[in-house]
Structure formats: C-alpha cells, structure tokens
Design a protein around this ligand. Structure first.
Ligand SMILES: Nc1ncnc2c1ncn2[C@@H]1O[C@H](COP(=O)(O)OP(=O)(O)OP(=O)(O)O)[C@@H](O)[C@H]1O
Ligand SMILES: [Mg+2]
Length: 348
C-alpha cells in the first residue's frame, strides 16, 4: 500500500479527501498549543491502570480510568463491589502505585515520587478516612491527642498551637464534648467525625474517604456526612467519598460511577428555580463519560434491550448522534420501518 507520505521529498500527493501536509502540520501545532489534560484540576487520573498479579493470575482492577476533580469539590464515587474504587483511593492516598497511566494530585506525580516524597505527600497533601472506625484512631490516645499526633509528626508548630488547632477542629465538627475521651468512649459516628478531624490535622488539600459511613446507621451516617460538608465549606478542602449509601451520593453535586475499572457515568445535580413560582428544586442528570479517544460506554441495559453487540451504526444528526443496532447481526432488534437504520436509539 502506498499511503505513506514523505514530507519534503516530493512523495505522493494526498489522495482526494485526505488532509494535505500543511493541514496536518497546522493540526499538530494546534494540538501542541492545547493545554494538557486536566491542567487546572486538583486531581488528575489519566488512563490509569492497576494490574494485580496473584499466583500468576492477573486482575485488572483499573483499566484506563480517567477522572478530574476540581479544587474545592465535594464529590462521591460509587460502583459495584470489585469495580476498583478502593484501588483508586489507595493510589490517590499514596499507598499504592499504578501500573501505568498518570496520576497527579496537587501537582505531585504519584508515579514518580520516591519514598521520602511519598511520606511527605501522605503527611501534608492528603488525609484519609477508612470504613473501619477502629483503623482511624489510636485506641490509647484521647480524641484531642489523636488530632495533634499528625501535627507533631510533621513538626513546626509549638505544643500550645497544636492543642489550639486540635480544639478548633473538634469544635468545628461538634465534638467539643469528646476531646478528652478515648475512642472506646465515643459512638461510631463520633469516632468517624474524630477521624475526619485527624485527617484534617495538617490542613491537607485533599480528603479521601473509603466508605466512611459503611458501618453506621442512616441517621449517624448523615451526621458524618455533615462533618465532611462542614470541612469542605469551612476549610475549602477538596473531598472524595466512596460510598454505597445512596443518601450520601444524593447529597453531593457530582457522583461519578466506576464500572470495570473505568469511570462510566456521572450524575450532576444543580438547583433550578422555577421562573413562574420562584420555587427551587434539585435537578439531577446522568451523563455517560466520553474519553479523549471518543470512546463511550453505553449502559448495559440499553445495549441488551436493543440486542447491540460488537458493532453499531452511527449517524451524525445536527444536534445528536444516533446509535443503531447492526441490522445484519443475529439477535439485533427488529428494524424500524422509518428512514433510519432502526429508528429508535436517539439521544446517545
Ligand atoms: N491487593 C490485591 N491483590 C489482588 N487483587 C486485588 C487487590 N486489591 C484489589 N484486588 C482486586 O481488584 C479488583 C478491584 O478491587 P477494589 O477493592 O478496588 O474494589 P472496590 O470497588 O473497592 O469494591 P468494594 O465495593 O467491595 O470495596 C477486585 O477484583 C479485587 O479482587
Ligand atoms: Mg472497596
């Protein structure tokens, strides 16, 4: 085949309809000028891959996951068990290293950090709250001592300043009455709120929480979620919460769903005011994710109801793209009688 073009050697001219060399150069130059992916986001995951190998068996926990989180966001991550949520959180927490792709948090490259930088990252840049209440606090220290410990490990502040900062954090999360109590003298909800105070001790840019309300009843979970919201609003901390709790997922502006190690869809909520009545209501919309290569994950229930597999037909309309089942495939939905290939799959 003679599709190769040799710049500057008088090689074959582009076939009709193919872009000219000048056009290709112009496109390349404009690509170079375009800002890098996620250049203004606080958390950037770019085609993140994490492969675990146990006893020679490979598990692809993350399969090219893209995620951007803006500074100051409070967002939730949801997904079926085994979809890769904890794997992602452990990478963002600096506890695990991805196999491939790129991950950056507050300007730190999570793939190339050495051990010293990693320690500093975990101490200063991220805070973490685990699901198991017992894992977040040291049992032999009071709530206040648990909060001052990370400050002490970091160094720099005097004892009195540390105690004052700890009191302020506990007070902000409505835990004044808990300051001199040990974890076993706190309720599950108080323990998780104290854990949030500990995670905030060194004023991190990002607070990560992996199912922080998983062991709590719904009323207590709500109080813990309020503590996250307070931290987000009062301190401006960017917060990512993994949750199975629909009530928590419904409370945030943005919920990202992970499926098979990739972000698959996203629900955005915003308040809308009715022009006639002036009443405000929360409107939620679900979006599918479109990656930079143009790949789109169609919901399994949509594709199966139309018998779509392997191949689909696409058609560009003025305001949407139509997706139709392959009419030649076995088991494809019956063809529509209209002018489109199947006529029903609008609104991709
Ligand atoms: N250390 C590990 N070694 C081997 N496989 C692992 C390891 N950690 C996770 N996996 C596998 O990676 C996949 C993703 O796991 P992960 O813990 O990230 O899921 P999850 O979304 O947090 O699930 P859950 O909701 O149950 O907590 C699973 O198939 C899991 O078995
Ligand atoms: Mg998990």
């Amino acid at each position: 085949m003679t599709t190769g073009r040799q710049p500057g050697t008088g090689g074959p001219r582009p076939a009709p309809g193919e872009p000219s060399l000048a056009e290709l150069e112009r496109r390349a130059a404009s690509n170079r000028r375009r800002p890098a992916y996620g250049h203004d986001a606080l958390i950037v995951c770019d085609r993140l891959v994490r492969v675990f190998t146990t006893d020679g068996v490979e598990v692809q926990a993350l399969q090219g996951l893209d995620l951007l989180v803006a500074e100051g966001e409070l967002m939730a991550l949801v997904g079926a068990s085994g979809s890769g949520k904890s794997t992602l959180m452990n990478i963002l927490a600096g506890l695990d290293v991805p196999t491939a792709g790129a991950a950056r948090v507050a300007g730190r490259d999570l793939l190339t950090m050495d051990a010293g930088a990693r320690l500093g990252y975990r101490r200063d840049v991220v805070g973490f709250v685990w699901q198991q209440t017992a894992r977040n606090l040291l049992p032999y220290l009071t709530a206040a001592q648990n909060v001052t410990l990370p400050m002490q490990l970091r160094g720099g502040r005097r004892r009195a300043a540390r105690a004052k900062a700890a009191d302020e954090l506990l007070s902000m999360l409505a835990l004044d009455h808990c300051r001199d109590r040990r974890p076993h003298q706190l309720s599950g909800g108080e323990q998780q709120r104290a854990a949030i105070a500990v995670a905030l001790a060194n004023n991190p840019s990002v607070l990560l929480a992996d199912e922080p309300t998983g062991e709590l009843d719904s009323h207590t979970a709500e109080q813990v979620f309020t503590a996250f919201r307070t931290a987000n609003e009062e301190l401006g901390t960017t917060i990512v919460i993994v949750t199975h709790d629909q009530a928590v997922a419904d409370e945030v502006r943005r919920t990202v769903a992970i499926r098979d190690g990739r972000t698959s869809s996203e629900v955005l909520r915003r308040t809308e005011r009715d022009a006639a009545t002036g009443q405000e209501s929360l409107v939620a919309r679900e979006y599918a994710m479109l990656d930079r290569a143009g790949r789109l994950q169609l919901p399994a229930d949509y594709t199966s109801s139309l018998g779509m597999a392997h191949r689909v037909l696409l058609e560009l309309e003025s305001d949407h793209i139509g997706v139709w089942p392959d009419p030649t495939a076995d088991g494809a939905a019956t063809e529509g009688d209209g002018d489109g290939p199947a006529g029903t799959a609008h609104g991709a």
